[in-house]
Design a protein around this ligand. Structure first.
Ligand SMILES: *Cc1c(COP(=O)(O)O)cnc(C)c1O
Length: 452
């Protein structure tokens, strides 16, 4: 019988991460500090350890994965590559659909792929405490888990809308020993300012980042960790695509189209960038890479390509990226992990250079796809992952029209076991499609920092 699941051995876990910067036709412009000059390692070292900053600024193609990190990865990696044969049949498509299932990690998503090395490098640098933000709770639970693995205390600012919607994500973080607060909180100036402006604030990732960065910058024993957007996070996530390449070799197949959800862009970069190397050098020129974002928070498809802050309050360096403006507050969609105002500078530059595509999809269509997937394949996906599934299904239906037997590969970034309240709302007809918030975006883009 044909195997639907291509597994690897523990010994197949890659020994090096892949850094796409080495193969980009145009490397991204450097992040800028408050003085308008490229930020230095020293400036960033207030909140990040030097070993991580070296990765952030590296253009080396291969970066070794420390053995203690590979040891923790072994708890769940390599993750399986699965053929979605029953979904293909349900769609009646000649396309072959595969997915990489990252939901088998302890926290239930791809995010521990970066949380584990981040906790490790901070401990190596002598740090004993981390702050961070979390949207849907996926990053918070991942860093709580990783902190526990390496004996580091973790404090998490959780975007209020998710804090209220996802109580069991909170419980998970606490089980792994972390402290969790709703953002905006009274614990930081950024939080107090927002509450003064807007007492009913639902929060945003940008604001929660401000709170976490503010605290880390103000304490010598504490660093900050970010679950997406930055180069080193995308570097760590390359393990997804690197494993997938080995698995496709074993399957005797190769993707024509790769689809991933895109919030900050780390899982998309993780699955896509190891394959982009082959496209950039002309080996697979027709490979298509599609980043899927929510229509209500469409940074790649509707944002400006400009220098902007990564957070609401302007604590982070300025990064050149597709952005909706750092003070844009996205509607409270259920894919909390995709409610970020910008896309990483690496994803942004590659999109600018035409190496990747982007698509914005409305909420209801993504849930419809997620339910169809669950009924065909069994796994209940995270609402973020549903964006990739919708994108993959749309491509498979196009193949059905044209009769092409393309190989479509998508990133099943996480399971939806903590998102069942969102599924309930979908079944009750209570989920809505938000209009593209054109006025809010225009207002926010008017506040882009002036550069040069
Ligand atoms: C956080 C998250 C995403 C989006 O974040 P990226 O950094 O863009 O990958 C996607 N899927 C899941 C399950 C997530 O938790």
């Amino acid at each position: 019988m044909e195997s639907l699941r291509i597994n690897l051995e523990a010994s197949d876990i890659p020994t090096h991460w892949y850094n796409v910067v080495a193969d980009m036709p145009n490397p991204p412009p450097p992040p800028l500090g408050a003085d308008g000059k490229p930020v230095t390692l020293e400036q960033m070292s207030a909140i990040f350890p030097v070993n991580i900053l070296e990765q952030e600024m590296s253009s080396e193609r291969w970066i070794p994965i420390p053995e203690p990190v590979r040891e923790i990865y072994r708890l769940w990696r390599p993750s399986p590559l699965c053929r979605a044969k029953r979904l293909e049949e349900a769609l009646g498509t000649p396309a072959r659909i595969y997915y990489k299932y990252e939901g088998i990690s302890p926290a239930g998503s791809h995010k521990p792929n970066s949380a584990v090395p981040q906790a490790y490098y901070n401990r190596e640098a002598g740090i004993r405490r981390l702050t961070t933000e979390t949207g849907a709770g996926q990053w918070g639970s991942s860093i709580a888990f990783a902190g526990q693995m390496f004996g580091i205390d973790v404090r998490i600012y959780m975007v209020k809308v998710s804090y209220d919607q996802k109580p069991f994500r909170r419980s998970m973080m606490k089980t792994w020993g972390a402290e969790v607060f709703a953002s905006p909180s009274q614990l930081t100036q950024s939080g107090r300012d927002e509450l003064a402006r807007n007492p009913d604030s639902q929060g945003s990732l940008g604001l929660a980042i401000s709170e976490a960065v503010e605290e880390a910058a103000g304490r010598a024993d504490t660093n900050y960790s970010l679950g997406s957007v930055l180069n080193h996070v995308i570097l760590h996530q390359s393990i997804i695509g690197l494993e997938a390449k080995k698995q496709f070799e074993r399957a005797g197949d190769w993707p024509d189209i790769i689809v991933g959800p895109c919030g900050g862009g780390s899982s998309f970069g993780g699955i896509a960038f190891p394959f982009i190397a082959d496209k950039a050098c002309g080996k697979t020129p027709d490979l298509r890479l599609i980043a899927v974002e929510p229509s209500s928070c469409p940074s790649l498809t509707r944002g400006a390509y400009a220098y902007d802050y990564g957070d609401l309050s302007g604590f982070t360096p300025l990064m050149k990226m597709y952005t909706l403006g750092h003070d844009f507050m996205p509607p409270g969609i259920h894919a909390g992990g995709l409610r970020y105002h910008g896309a990483s500078q690496l994803v942004s530059q590659l999109y600018r250079d035409g190496l990747i595509e982007a698509r914005a999809l409305p909420q209801l269509a993504t849930f419809e796809a997620g339910v169809m997937f669950a009924r065909a394949e069994g796994i209940i996906p995270a609402p973020e992952s549903n964006h990739a599934i919708r994108g993959a299904i749309d491509e498979a239906l196009r193949c059905k029209e044209t009769g092409e037997a393309k190989t479509i590969f998508f990133n099943l970034t996480g399971h939806g076991h903590f998102d069942m309240a969102s599924y309930d709302r979908y079944f009750a007809g209570q989920l809505e499609d938000y209009e593209y918030p054109a006025e809010a975006v225009a207002a926010s883009l008017a506040h882009l920092p002036k550069v040069g």
